[in-house]
Design a protein around this ligand. Structure first.
Ligand SMILES: Cc1cc2nc3c(=O)[nH]c(=O)nc-3n(C[C@H](O)[C@H](O)[C@H](O)COP(=O)(O)OP(=O)(O)OC[C@H]3O[C@@H](n4cnc5c(N)ncnc54)[C@H](O)[C@@H]3O)c2cc1C
Length: 448
């Protein structure tokens, strides 16, 4: 069968994209390397849409949770991944968890039943020169294809490891303790939020980093090269008591106005400082500069809340370091996930820099819808930014800061803020209520 669209990778994103296209009658070739005797180090089966780790799609609460909202929006778009999850569901409280074998079999059976879809077990080693293509090869893209993508995008634009510093919701930072300033502030730009530490606080924090429980690298990640700018904070701490004070926690040039005295009217430099830099154009989420870490998540929350000003910090995401192939999408992709320099190639799934099973499938769903519109010659109308689908897409394709771009789960920090007058307790419902209304207006624009 000749095809109209070539999808490379039969994971969560590729399977969802194939479903969205082939159920609309588009002829699709889905190339999956598993089944040829080759697998990524994390995959253990040849089944499509294999869940490589946890069997959970996280919270299914679409009233108060951003990923639960994303589930619901995907259901309304006729998602195969969500339909298969419903059939494979196992009890897990308010989370949506599945029997992974039943789930994968459901996805594969639904795809196999589509007459315009051909599933081919083959490894693709080069970006195709022509023809509509969706790359959905995931965080462990096979080496030759990753090389070809790197050659097309520039080595600096394709990462092979994530080095994630925690990201904090702006509204949870105590500005009575912190202050805005750039180093050697001359009053022109005040780009950073600064959290001051005295000597005692710094030493306790340093000891906490050394003692904190860390996650281990997987066997196939063990030779992680720590390249400049990606050194975990606890590894820096191990190098000496003052290493951090001369590195990411350097206080020089940062007068703390909360410490102003008649003698020092602009304030004094603290003993050490933790800096946060804006992480999205909306200014709702801020990342802790240089704080990539392999501390366990609970340990990060406990320790980072000892930082002055972050006592009540809410984290949009916690730090980590994993093998993960992903593009600098805000720079490389257009608003329709197409490579700007080769627009016949569209990317989807985790390789775009979203993070998580659900997010990967959601980006696959949107890539399918975009490609369908392109083939039909109709204009693609993006989901409103106030929806979970729209917020995720906007983040990937332009709203995130390109310089610090790292994989991201869906969270309310990616949505345009709701009216600040809404009480904190009702804010989550305000986000989801607005999203549901706006999605209802958008759904008729997506062709059946
Ligand atoms: C070790 C690990 C654990 C993770 N655990 C979780 C978790 O617990 N929860 C969570 O929400 N997310 C987790 N993730 C993150 C992410 O959600 C998953 O990796 C998710 O599967 C990504 O979906 P995807 O469709 O983008 O990629 P994948 O599901 O990995 O699909 C990519 C597919 O492309 C195929 N492929 C690769 N290269 C080629 C090629 N050259 N030619 C043909 N086929 C190719 C692969 O075999 C694979 O089937 C984890 C990631 C990793 C690496």
């Amino acid at each position: 069968m000749t095809h109209d669209v070539h999808i490379i990778g039969g994971g969560l994103a590729g399977s969802e994209a194939a479903w969205q296209l082939a159920r609309r009658g588009v002829r699709v070739r889905l190339s999956e390397m598993r089944g040829t005797g080759e697998r990524s180090p994390a995959h253990q089966t040849d089944g499509l849409a294999e869940l490589v780790c946890s069997n959970s799609f996280r919270s299914d609460d679409h009233e108060k949770n951003a990923v639960g909202l994303l589930h619901q929006e995907m259901r309304e778009c006729g998602s195969l991944i969500m339909a298969a999850a419903a059939k494979a569901q196992v009890p897990a409280g308010t989370a949506l968890a599945v029997d992974r074998d039943v789930f994968s079999a459901e996805v594969e059976a639904a795809l196999a039943a589509l007459p315009s879809l051909e599933i081919v077990r083959e490894r693709i080693d080069r970006l195709p020169d022509a023809g509509l293509t969706i790359i959905a090869t995931g965080p462990l893209t096979a080496e030759a294809l990753a090389g070809s993508i790197g050659a097309a995008t520039g080595a600096d634009s394709l990462a092979f490891f994530d080095a994630i510093a925690p990201i904090v919701y702006r509204e949870s930072i105590d500005m009575d303790v912190c202050w805005m300033a750039s180093r050697w502030d001359k009053g022109e730009t005040k780009d950073y939020i600064n959290c001051p530490m005295n000597r005692e606080q710094y030493l306790a924090f340093h000891a906490g980093l050394l003692a904190g429980e860390k996650t281990e690298f997987k066997e196939w990640e063990a030779n992680t090269p720590y390249f400049d700018g990606c050194m975990p904070i606890e590894v820096m701490a191990e190098r000496g008591e003052d290493t951090l004070r001369f590195g990411p926690m350097k206080p020089v040039g940062l007068d703390n106005p909360h410490d102003a005295t008649p003698e020092f009217p602009k304030g004094r430099w603290p003993y050490a400082v933790v800096q946060l830099r804006q992480d999205n154009k909306l200014g709702t989420i801020w990342n802790m500069v240089g704080f990539q870490t392999k501390l366990k998540h609970a340990e990060q929350v406990r320790l980072f809340r000892t930082i002055p000003g972050l006592e009540n910090a809410e984290f949009a995401r916690l730090g980590g370091l994993h093998r993960n192939t992903f593009l600098n999408s805000p720079v490389l992709l257009d608003r329709q996930l197409r490579l700007k320099t080769a627009p016949h190639v569209r990317f989807s799934g985790q390789i775009t820099g979203c993070e998580g099973y659900v997010e990967s499938a959601a980006v696959g769903l949107m890539a399918g819808l975009m490609t369908s519109a392109e083939l039909a010659g109709t204009a693609w109308e993006a989901p409103p930014r106030t929806t979970a689908l729209g917020a995720l897409l906007s983040h990937i394709t332009g709203d995130a800061e390109a310089e610090s771009y790292q994989p991201m789960n869906v969270n309310f920090g990616l949505f345009p803020p709701v009216d600040p007058a809404v009480k904190k307790k009702q804010r989550k419902e305000a986000y989801t209520g607005r999203a549901k209304e706006d999605l209802a207006g958008w759904l008729p624009l997506v062709s059946a």
